[in-house]
Design a binder for this molecule. Structure first.
Ligand code: GRF
Length: 206
């Protein structure tokens, strides 16, 4: 039995095309049992803020430069998320590491999307890491966030082949397309109460 409706916050630092994909899926009824309470950006010039305004979603800037350290920033973030009654935090290009303050406030309720097949190529510039390594297949991973960098339990992955004539740009673009599809699917399953976590293992139930 699905609980809900789930209250979601999306955290961004830039473009927000994954955020847009989730908004579109909600509006089209492809994700049900959920609503986006707010979009939060640590950068005032993030294009995602414009996207949120177009869809009448509260767009909030929480500038990390105004806080002395990561812990202080995350304490303010947790407070903001609590004020909005948030149950699921979706990181969509949020370019900040989370401290234990955030992780402990939302255990197995913070998702991230990473543009490679974890555990390969964690960290920044994952598409370039995979391209430069010469892999034949890469992709994207939606996972829960834990204390490590891109180490949390894996929810969904999608494979993207590296084509003979790919450039880093063409490969990045195809991965991005798969990200939109995969992130929407992960959020949908979570909001339907179908994502179960047991230690590192995530199972998707029918
Ligand atoms: C994506 O490539 C995602 O994998 C990474 O940040 C990027 C965000 O893209 N975590 P967008 O802002 O959603 O377009």
């Amino acid at each position: 039995m699905a609980a809900g409706p789930f209250v979601i916050a999306v955290l961004v630092s830039g473009n927000g095309s994954n955020f847009q994909a989730i908004v579109d899926a909600l509006e089209a009824g492809r994700i049900t049992n959920a609503s986006i309470a707010c979009l939060i950006s640590n950068k005032a010039d993030a294009y995602a803020l414009e996207r949120a305004k177009k869809h009448a979603i509260p767009a909030i800037v929480l500038d990390h430069k105004l806080f002395p350290d990561r812990r202080a920033y995350d304490t303010a973030l947790v407070e903001l998320l609590r004020q909005h009654g948030v149950q699921l935090v979706v990181l969509a290009g949020f370019m900040r590491l989370l401290s234990p303050v955030m992780i402990e406030a939302f255990p197995n309720a913070i998702m991230n999307i990473h543009p490679a097949l974890l555990p390969s190529f964690p960290g920044v510039d994952a598409q370039k890491q995979a391209f430069d390594y010469g892999v034949r297949y890469t992709g994207c991973t939606v996972h829960f966030v834990d204390q490590g960098t891109d180490t949390g339990p894996i929810i969904l992955q999608a494979v993207v082949p590296v084509l003979q004539d790919d450039t880093l740009e063409s490969l990045t673009q195809r991965i991005h397309g798969e990200e939109h599809r995969t992130y929407v699917e992960a959020v949908r399953l979570f909001c339907e109460g179908r994502v179960l976590v047991d230690g590192r293992k995530v199972s998707i139930c029918d």
